[in-house]
Design a protein around this ligand. Structure first.
Ligand code: INI
Length: 148
């Protein structure tokens, strides 16, 4: 199973923890290091474009997108959060491989840290697990399609 992780550098104190969670999950699920790659981009808004290029390469079975959009005081939040969510979904539907939305959208940094290995779990881990599950599901669907 070849999995690419794209992680944004904006709010890196949070996203580095999401990345660690995702890597730990993949290690636990026995993904081989040589079949994983990590790419970093400036912010969550850029995640879909990087994911699209990776998906177009045909190299990866799934792509995990990790980011943290924290509301703060500006309407910028809504544009970035919506752009990331819709963009990632568009790539998944267009390219036909799992492209996982591991992007936190929170009111403040405290809420984000709680979901990046704090007392609310680690969304990076959850995103990696979703990728593994989706690849397995697609393989099952492919096999059952062949039997008919
Ligand atoms: N990018 C994030 O990943 N998280 C944020 O909270 C954020 N805010 O709030 O501005 C953010 N902005 C940068 C954006 O993702 C792009 O990198 C930038 O607009 C350049 O396209």
């Amino acid at each position: 199973m070849k999995i690419a992780i794209v992680v944004s550098r904006f709010n890196s104190g949070v996203t580095s923890k999401l990345l660690r969670g995702a890597e730990e999950c993949l290690e636990r699920r026995r993904a081989q290091r040589k079949h994983l790659a990590v790419f970093s981009c400036p912010g969550a808004f850029e995640l879909p474009q990087v994911a699209d290029k990776l998906a177009a390469s045909g190299t990866w079975d799934a792509i995990v997108c990790l980011g943290a959009v924290i509301r703060g005081q500006t309407p910028h939040f809504d544009y970035v959060a919506r752009g990331a969510a819709h963009g990632i979904q568009d790539v998944a539907l267009k390219r036909g491989i799992p492209v996982i939305f591991g992007v936190l959208t929170t009111e403040n940094e405290e809420q984000a840290l709680a979901r990046a290995g704090g007392n609310r779990g680690n969304k990076g881990w959850d995103a990696a697990e979703a990728a593994v599950d989706m690849v397995a599901l697609f393989r099952t669907m492919k096999r059952s399609g062949k039997r008919r």
